[in-house]
Design a protein around this ligand. Structure first.
Ligand code: 4AD
Ligand code: MG
Length: 463
């Protein structure tokens, strides 16, 4: 008999039909005579109820039907008596594919920490099922948005010899014998003998290569894994995360901000339009304000705020008695407490902050006429802080190389990148969205470790 997915089965009304469903047992309850089994196959947050007449099945089968076990059930589709579901299945034949003695996820309400230790199984809980269905939907929304707006999906390499953000937070990639690496005459490690003939690392951003593509294809986006060896043990940082990086020729600062806002609203609307069952579950169980907060994002225009204005607002707040842990002064890099004050308390809506001091931003950002600030943008979100970082790029070869020299960056190794500025340079801009930060926002989960299947964080690469 052909298998029906639970999501399709729950929409059917052809009572009396013989059906087959397969899935994992969430719960079993009932009496000596009749048991009710909640079966879930991952196609939806909802379970299908299987009504089991105990007398029809042998003792071993009844014993093996337990939380975590996997079943194939054939039975009759009937209208449900209970209010929770419209249909249920009266079981005629049950095959136990897999028993689950000692299954660790027995009771409801396991802590997130406990579930992280069982990340190999946690996808089978309602919460993580919802999170990962939403994660899939957000990926689909992102590809659809860019495709519909004339962007090409394009891929940057993951292994690279350059540090895009210049922050030195890179994981080295090497096949050299770490116990006995080859040395040059000066006693340095001789990377010419390494696999790639140079010192290489995992990429912190695909932007530099993305810029090359934008100056050929016009508008591209990357969507791939990104690696940062920053020792930040926070609920917002991963050592391996996914980033979406569009890069667009002939785009200025205003158009960049318009794109950031339109894009992120599209993703959130997609979730509201396509993931309501999962969102409702998360709204009930994880974060009571979730759906309202998502709808709120769509209502308002984002605030567009130059950094210098932001400093003034924070200084004013301090004057009026607001306390912050970190000091505020022109030139400081805002801490998340400052960003959250602006977004959650002062404006009560997302803020796109622009025109940062050049000292706290990356080398490639376009320098303003004041020669002090750059055309960088951070999109700041409630409860998340920075969700997008982007900028207009410095397109002048001279200004860009001067800035790199000021920062003591070596130009050799970046010739391939600098050639975009030598040959037909053009104004262009782009941004990076942290995929997991978007998922955090859309699901209402509070720790970034719980929106990626197997988180990579300092001292943790389990699974
Ligand atoms: O602001 P970032 O560092 O910007 C770039 O990498 C640029 N090259 C992007 C571009 O213009 N093409 O990172 C972009 C976003 C951040 O806003 C944040 O959402 C996310 O990536 N991000 C992280 N997410 C999880 N864990 C980390 N350690 C992250 N670091 C950055
Ligand atoms: Mg940033």
């Amino acid at each position: 008999m052909e298998r029906t997915k639970v999501i399709d089965l729950l929409r059917r009304e052809d009572y009396g039909a013989e059906v087959n469903v397969k899935g994992w047992v969430r719960t079993k309850r009932g009496s000596k005579a009749v048991n009710f089994v909640a079966l879930n196959d991952g196609s939806t947050i909802k379970n299908v109820q299987i009504v089991v007449d105990v007398n029809k099945f042998d003792d071993e089968t009844m014993r093996n039907i337990a939380t975590g076990s996997c079943l194939s059930v054939e039975g009759t589709l009937v209208k449900s008596q209970g209010a929770e579901q419209s249909v249920e299945i009266q079981a005629n034949k049950i095959e136990v594919y897999g028993t689950a003695d000692g299954y660790p996820l027995q009771k409801k309400g396991h802590s997130m920490e406990f579930l992280r230790e069982h990340a190999n199984l946690r996808m089978r809980t309602n919460t993580f099922g919802a999170v990962f269905r939403i994660r899939h939907n957000m990926a689909l929304a992102i590809h659809t948005y860019f495709h519909e707006h004339g962007f090409y999906y394009w891929n940057s390499p993951l292994i690279t010899a350059s540090d895009c953000e210049g922050a030195g937070q890179m994981f080295q990639v090497t096949t050299l014998d770490l116990k006995n690496p080859p040395k040059t005459k000066d006693g340095e490690i001789d990377y010419s003998q390494d696999f790639f003939g140079a010192q290489t690392s995992l990429t912190v951003s695909g932007q530099l290569e993305g810029e090359l593509a934008a100056t050929a294809l016009g508008a591209i986006y990357t969507f791939g894994p990104t690696f940062r060896a920053e020792n930040s043990n926070t609920p917002r940082h991963l050592a391996e995360f996914w980033m979406i990086e569009p890069e667009i020729a002939f785009m200025d600062l205003k158009e960049l901000m318009d794109l950031e806002e339109d894009f992120i609203k599209y993703c959130i609307k997609w979730a509201l339009d396509n993931c309501m069952d999962d969102l409702q579950f998360l709204n009930n169980m994880i974060d009571k304000g979730l759906i309202e907060r998502l709808q709120g994002i769509l209502k308002d225009d984002f605030v567009r705020l130059p950094y210098t204005e932001g400093v003034k607002i924070l200084e004013e707040a301090i004057k009026n008695g607001r306390k912050f842990e970190f000091p505020v002064y022109w030139g400081c890099d805002f801490a998340s407490e400052h960003e959250r004050y602006l977004v959650e308390e002062h404006f009560k809506k997302p803020v796109i902050m622009t025109d940062y001091p050049k000292e706290i931003k990356s080398f490639y950002m376009k320098i303003n006429a004041d020669n002090k600030t750059v055309q960088g943008t951070d999109v700041l979100f409630p409860s998340i802080g920075e969700i997008i970082g982007g900028s207009v790029r410095e397109e002048s070869y001279e200004k860009l190389t001067n800035r790199m020299k000021e920062l003591d960056m070596r130009l050799d190794g970046y010739e391939w990148y600098l050639e975009t500025r030598k040959f037909g340079t053009c104004p262009h801009a782009g941004f990076g969205l942290g995929f997991e930060r978007l998922i955090l926002f859309v699901t209402g989960m509070s720790n970034i470790r719980d929106v990626i299947p197997f988180p990579r964080t300092p001292k943790n690469a389990q699974f």
